[in-house]
Write a protein that binds this ligand. Structure first.
Ligand SMILES: [Zn+2]
Length: 306
C-alpha cells in the first residue's frame, strides 16, 4: 500500500509522487538527499515547464517530506534557475490584456503619487509622472503583462514579480495580497522606467534599491507595509519615510545613509551579482525605446498642462 504522503502528492502530480517514492522507498521518514532531490527536479523540468499542480506538489513535498539541509538548498537553487529559464512562465502564464484584466496592475501604479526622489546610486530622479508612459505602454500592449500561478510556491523561492527588459514583459505571481501587489507592481514599473531610459551603465544594486524604495513609498502612501520582516523590504520602507518627508534630495546626509543601507541589503541568493550591470538594450534596439518613452512623456505631460 502506498503511503499517505505518496497519495497526496500523486493527487497534485504523479511525476513528483513517483520521484518521492524512488528517493525514499515510499517511506516519509527517510531523509531525502541530493540524489533524491535530483529525481524530483528532473521530474519537474522534463517537459520544460512547471505547472501549477507541480508547484502545489513541491509545496506539499517540502512541507511534509524530510530533506537534508544541503539537498533542500540545492533544490530551491535549481528551481530558481528553472524560473530564470522561464519554466514557470511556460507552465502557467496567463496574458492580461483587456482593461478589466489590467485594472489591478494599473490601479497599483496609481499609488506612485509620492514617488519623488533622487537616487544617489543611479544618479537619476523618479517622479510620479515618470510612471504615466509606463501605464500607456501597458495599455497599448507594448509592455506585456502576465500572471503566473504557482499556488504560493513562489514564496519559497522569494519570487513575486519580474520585469524583463529584453522582452518588455511584466510578470506578477497570483496570490499576492493588495499591499504586496502595490509594492511589486510599482517595483517592476520602476524597472520599466529604467529600461525605457536606457540606464545601461548602472549597477544592479542601485537599480534594485531604487525599485525597492519606490515600492515602499507607494505602500506608505496607502498606509500599508508589505513583506514586513523581510529584507530589502524593511530597509526600503525606512528609506521611503524620507522620500515622503521630501528629504530624498541630492546632498542630504540622512537620505544618502538611508539609501546606502538599502543598497547593502541587495545581496544573497536573490541578487548574486549586485555589482553587475543592469541590462536594458536588447540586440538591435538602438534608441527606439527611449524615444518612444520620451515622446509619450511629452504628449502626456503637455496634455495635463492648463
Ligand atoms: Zn527588481
Amino acid at each position: 500500500m502506498a503511503s499517505k504522503l505518496y497519495n497526496e502528492l500523486y493527487a497534485f502530480d504523479p511525476g513528483i509522487a513517483d520521484a518521492f517514492k524512488k528517493a525514499t522507498n515510499d517511506n516519509p521518514n527517510v531523509v531525502i538527499n541530493e540524489k533524491g532531490v535530483d529525481l524530483v527536479f528532473d521530474s519537474v523540468i522534463k517537459d520544460r515547464k512547471i505547472t501549477e499542480n507541480e508547484a502545489k506538489a513541491l509545496t506539499h513535498l517540502i512541507a511534509f517530506a524530510k530533506f537534508n539541509n544541503f539537498a533542500l538548498t540545492a533544490l530551491i537553487a535549481s528551481l530558481k534557475v528553472a524560473y530564470d529559464a522561464d519554466l514557470f512562465f511556460a507552465g502557467t502564464a496567463k496574458r492580461l490584456s483587456s482593461a478589466a484584466e489590467l485594472a489591478d496592475v494599473q490601479g497599483a501604479i496609481n499609488a506612485v503619487g509620492n514617488v519623488d526622489f533622487w537616487s544617489p546610486g543611479s544618479s537619476s530622479s523618479y517622479k510620479p509622472q515618470d510612471y504615466l508612459p509606463i501605464k500607456e505602454l501597458v495599455k497599448s500592449g507594448e509592455i506585456t503583462v502576465y500572471e503566473l500561478k504557482a499556488a504560493g510556491f513562489n514564496r519559497s523561492l522569494s519570487l513575486y514579480g519580474q520585469y524583463r527588459s529584453d522582452l518588455n514583459r511584466l510578470v506578477i505571481f497570483s496570490g499576492l495580497g493588495p499591499d504586496e501587489l502595490v509594492n511589486i507592481v510599482v517595483h517592476e514599473a520602476t524597472h520599466a522606467i529604467q529600461d525605457q531610459r536606457d540606464l545601461d551603465s548602472k549597477m544592479i544594486k542601485h537599480t534594485e534599491a531604487d525599485a525597492f524604495i519606490a515600492g515602499a513609498v507607494a505602500n506608505r502612501t496607502l498606509k500599508q507595509q508589505a513583506f514586513k520582516g523581510y529584507e530589502p523590504f524593511d530597509t526600503a520602507y525606512k528609506a521611503a519615510d524620507l522620500v515622503i518627508k521630501g528629504k530624498a534630495k541630492p546632498g542630504d546626509t540622512d537620505w544618502n545613509k538611508a539609501y546606502e543601507s538599502v543598497v547593502a541589503e541587495i545581496k544573497g541568493a536573490a541578487y548574486p551579482n549586485p555589482n553587475g550591470k543592469f541590462k536594458t538594450k536588447e540586440d538591435g534596439e538602438g534608441d527606439k525605446e527611449k524615444k518612444r518613452y520620451d515622446d509619450l512623456m511629452n504628449a502626456l505631460t503637455s496634455k495635463s498642462k492648463p
